[in-house]
Design a protein around this ligand. Structure first.
Ligand code: CA
Ligand code: CA
Length: 159
């Protein structure tokens, strides 16, 4: 597999998620090395709900302080929702959505989401796993990716 092909596969997998590589980049050096990439992928493809929750939480916690704040929710929802030009002030709609989501997920009522708030909410309603935007690939691109990548693991040696 050459780099170009790999890039194309990765694009397919990540087209819905710009934050994807933030979750992969465990040592935060701005690059994803091969071992980070493989361990990130294994969460995607074979992870338990718990691993997926940890992964998504890290992605949603944009500044890495251990909480998902209202500002972070606002930012992510603004990016993941389609713009509706008919609305006069689309930001108002997003603010409402942030409040509704926070009300639903903030179990200790401190105005931000800790991992335990998030975890409780997701265990009650699995759809909330990706509450602030798609983080995990859809099953179809997941399968395509797996079919290509794990066909011959030795191909990684060429990268
Ligand atoms: Ca944060
Ligand atoms: Ca909270």
């Amino acid at each position: 597999m050459n780099r170009k092909k790999l890039q194309k596969l990765t694009d397919t997998l990540t087209k819905n998620c710009k934050h994807l590589f933030r979750g992969f980049d465990k040592d935060n050096d701005g690059c994803v090395n091969v071992s980070e990439w493989i361990s990130g992928l294994s969460v995607f493809l074979r992870g338990t709900l718990e691993e997926k929750m940890k992964y998504c939480f890290e992605v949603f916690d944009l500044n890495g302080d251990g909480f998902i704040s209202k500002e972070e929710m606002f930012h992510m929802l603004k990016n993941s929702l389609l713009k509706q030009p008919s609305e006069e002030d689309p930001d108002e709609g997003i603010k409402d959505l942030v409040e509704i989501t926070l009300k639903k997920m903030d179990h200790d009522h401190d105005g931000k989401l800790s991992f335990s708030d998030y975890e409780q909410a997701v265990r009650e309603e699995t759809l909330l796993l990706e509450a602030f935007g798609p983080c995990l690939p859809d099953p179809k691109s997941e399968m395509e990716f797996e079919a290509h990548v794990f066909k011959d693991p030795n191909e990684f040696n060429d990268i």
